[in-house]
Design a protein around this ligand. Structure first.
Ligand SMILES: Cc1cc2nc3c(=O)[nH]c(=O)nc-3n(C[C@H](O)[C@H](O)[C@H](O)COP(=O)(O)OP(=O)(O)OC[C@H]3O[C@@H](n4cnc5c(N)ncnc54)[C@H](O)[C@@H]3O)c2cc1C
Length: 188
């Protein structure tokens, strides 16, 4: 996808692989993809990847009280129940090199696993059924998230760079963006 500022007061063109769309309002929420999209119009952000690896463990038996399965956190490692026999363990924090590249390091996942087993030894008996990694969009040089207007461009907003809390903050982000649009006279 690429963007064109049509130089009209409030119009943007979005070129996708399938079609070209025109819109009065544009909200850029493309995570790591936000940097090239917005910087072409207005150099203003640098969002870098911080990789996270996690595993899903399945046990043969129910662990603890099946009616009380809390999320357990220790030393920034979380054990999150999926159901009474399956748990997520994660996640690693892996920063990019000088070139901005980051690749998953198996030893960091091993370390995270060991930490989780140290405060919940029963998990060690389980089978790893899934290993997963993703890249968190972390703003460089400013706090996360980035929710703001783009200078010199009407009706263009950024809602990006949520780093470690994009799922948690999605509803709050949507409300802030909605308020910003309403402030400009559009009603929902
Ligand atoms: C291991 C791990 C565990 C996590 N745990 C939690 C947690 O417990 N709680 C929590 O709140 N957060 C958690 N996060 C962080 C959370 O996943 C991110 O903050 C969140 O995904 C950011 O959402 P986003 O929509 O801004 O970006 P993304 O999820 O990165 O989505 C951006 C989307 O934009 C698309 N895109 C990019 N460029 C373009 C383009 N040019 N054109 C069109 N589309 C484009 C991408 O394909 C992608 O679909 C975790 C992350 C990881 C990796």
């Amino acid at each position: 996808m690429s963007l064109n500022d049509l130089n009209s007061p409030q119009s943007y063109q979005i070129e996708t692989t399938h079609q070209t769309l025109e819109t009065d309002w544009l909200i850029i929420c493309a995570g790591l993809g936000s940097t090239p999209l917005i910087n072409e119009l207005q150099p203003m952000v640098n969002i870098k990847p911080v990789l996270g690896q996690a595993i899903q463990i399945k046990l043969n038996d129910i662990l603890g009280d099946m009616n009380f399965q809390p999320v357990i956190t220790g030393e920034d490692i979380h054990i999150a129940p999926i159901n009474s026999q399956e748990y997520w363990i994660g996640a690693t924090l892996e920063f990019p090199d000088e070139m901005g590249k980051v690749t998953a390091q198996i030893e960091l996942l091993e370390q995270a696993k060991k930490q989780a087993f140290s405060f919940c030894p029963e998990l060690e008996k389980g089978e790893i059924v899934y290993t997963w990694s993703g890249k968190r969009p972390r703003p460089d040089g400013e706090p996360a998230p980035i929710i703001k207007e783009v200078p010199n461009h009407t009706n263009l907003l950024l809602a990006t760079g949520h780093y470690r809390n994009g799922i948690l903050l999605a509803p709050a982000t949507a409300l802030i963006i909605k308020d910003k649009i309403i402030e400009n006279g559009i009603d929902f």
